[in-house]
Design a protein around this ligand. Structure first.
Ligand SMILES: [Zn+2]
Length: 218
């Protein structure tokens, strides 16, 4: 499923310039901006998560104005999944289907399709692919949905830097998209101090363009 070829690029891309960041060949992907991650009362609340919502909304308006697609990923777990610590995984229960925690943040402007992940108990972080119950990678609808709109470039923001943002951006590169991440509009979990910074280094090393200031404070 990885490694598909993209159509030729239309000249160089300058994602660091907000005026040149978006066009019809770009898709903005807003990762997991949901209550359990972004709200201070969420079960897996990311420090500063709510702060990025207005910044993300500015990007969404920029993208729409320039003819870019805007897509959203949504962690969407059943009540039991190997993703959760109580079922043998890593994480507290979060983003359970049809609960408040799984809803997109109420301040977020929703202007495009929402791609759900983890719906059938898959485990993983990327918006593009998760592992099924047998450990095999299974694609979500994200790549197809982006490709249908004709985008060859991705701009990624959302939560959290060191998990779903990183995994989605790395898959974007593997899938052949030119990929940029907006440093102002991401925040890390930092399960271990420095995880967010390490994730940023890893993304840079993979050829992902890093745009703006790093807001990691730990
Ligand atoms: Zn999850």
């Amino acid at each position: 499923m990885f490694g598909s070829r993209r159509s030729p690029k239309r000249g160089p891309w300058a994602p660091t310039n907000p005026e040149a960041r978006y066009s019809s060949s770009v898709a903005l992907v807003v990762v997991d901006l949901q209550n359990d991650f972004a709200d201070p009362a969420g079960s897996l609340s990311v420090k500063g998560g709510a702060e990025i919502v207005p910044l993300v909304n500015v990007e969404i308006e920029r993208a729409i104005a320039a003819g870019a697609a805007v897509l959203y990923t949504q962690d969407w777990h059943p009540a039991s999944t190997p993703h959760f610590a109580k079922d043998g995984g890593t994480w507290p229960v979060h983003c359970v289907q049809e609960t408040w925690g799984a809803e997109l943040h109420p301040g977020l402007a929703v202007r495009g399709p929402v791609v759900r992940k983890g719906s059938n108990g898959e485990d993983g972080y990327s918006g593009f692919s998760m592992r099924d119950a047998d450990g095999f990678p299974r694609p979500t609808a994200l790549d197809q949905t982006i490709a249908r709109g004709g985008a060859t470039r991705l701009v990624i923001c959302g939560l959290a830097t060191d998990y779903c943002v990183k995994a989605t951006a790395l898959d974007g590169i593997r899938l052949g998209y030119e990929t940029a991440v907006l440093l102002d509009a991401i925040r890390p979990v930092d399960l271990q101090p420095g995880d967010g910074l390490a994730a940023i280094d890893e993304m840079a090393g993979a050829g992902i363009a890093l745009v703006g200031e790093c807001s990691v404070t730990s």
